[in-house]
Write a protein that binds this ligand. Structure first.
Ligand SMILES: [Zn+2]
Length: 299
């Protein structure tokens, strides 16, 4: 991906390094937020957690490091005209650039539709984080919290993607764009509708609704990639393959299989590898958010 010369986002909050913060009252999740407090996880993240349980791999160690170098403590001057992230923090700079492209893509698309786009903030954290959705450990993967309009990521998740065979910068960008996809749903009022419906149906039906929600976020990620490439010539040879490969690796069936479990479609929450690839590609190819109607009965 060609991202280095692009602008950085101003909507990144760096909460890494403050590990002791917010842990003392770990039990007091903000349950009062009720319906808005529901988290929407990234690609197969809940299953990643399950996978870690079944594989006995301790993904909770994702935060890693812990050196005295003070990750996230910006002693250095920020790169001029960019965000407040350390200039030598390549991953954070990458994430900031990608988030900026999502702003530059979705802003105009919303305007064309007669709407106003308010970009989400992306919070970088390590170990765990407190949000309107409660306390979330890094092991749960990146997520979007509709209650505070923010996406959250521990950047060590990119290493985890690599370990899953879903490496490459575009794979990482796809994950970010997917979380932004949940923000689009929230902006359009979809998240609330789905959550309301999920409360009144069976577990299997609620899972099916979750799959439709996740596939739509994948499709929106594709729409972003389409326009980001048009505007910024973002993609390089191999990027598309990285994205499609990542979509396959984080499909529910692939995650279940790699965890040594039986594939049970009724317990899917994010969609199969095939479905995730299909919807990501649909968005990529058309660049049309209206094509992302995963809630249509026979889609
Ligand atoms: Zn998601």
């Amino acid at each position: 991906m060609r991202w280095r010369d692009l602008r950085r986002s101003r909507n990144i909050e760096d909460r890494r390094g403050g590990r002791s913060m917010g842990r003392t009252r770990g039990a007091s999740h903000s349950g009062s937020l009720g319906g808005t407090g529901m988290k929407v996880g990234g690609g197969g993240i809940l299953l990643l957690l399950l996978a870690s349980m079944f594989l006995g791999t301790d993904l909770t160690g994702l935060a890693g490091g812990g050196s005295a170098s003070g990750i996230g403590n910006t002693a250095q001057a920020p790169r001029s005209g960019s965000s407040n992230l350390p200039a030598n923090d390549d991953t954070a700079q990458f994430v900031s650039s990608i988030m900026a492209t999502t702003e530059d893509v979705w802003g105009p698309l919303f305007r064309q539709a007669g709407r106003t786009y308010t970009p989400p903030k992306l919070v970088l954290f390590s170990d765990g984080v407190r949000s309107a959705c409660g306390y979330t450990s890094s092991a749960a993967g990146p997520f979007y919290c509709p209650g505070d309009n923010q996406a959250y990521i521990d950047l060590d998740f990119f290493d985890e993607l690599r370990r899953m065979g879903a490496g490459g910068d575009f794979a990482g960008a796809y994950v970010l764009a997917h979380e932004v996809g949940h923000h689009i749903q929230n902006q359009l009022g979809l998240s609330m509708q789905v959550q309301r419906r999920q409360r009144s149906v069976s577990k299997t039906e609620a899972n099916a609704l979750s799959v439709r929600t996740e596939l739509q976020a994948d499709c929106y990620a594709g729409v972003w990639a389409h326009h980001a490439h048009k505007q910024f010539q973002l993609l390089e040879p191999g990027d598309l393959e990285e994205g499609m490969n990542a979509a396959a690796k984080i499909g529910d069936d692939a995650m279940m299989r790699s965890a040594g479990r039986r594939v049970r479609p009724e317990s899917f929450t994010h969609g199969s590898s095939k479905q995730r690839q299909t919807w990501l590609y649909k968005g990529l190819q058309t660049g049309d958010a209206n094509q992302c109607d995963t809630f249509r009965p026979n889609s």
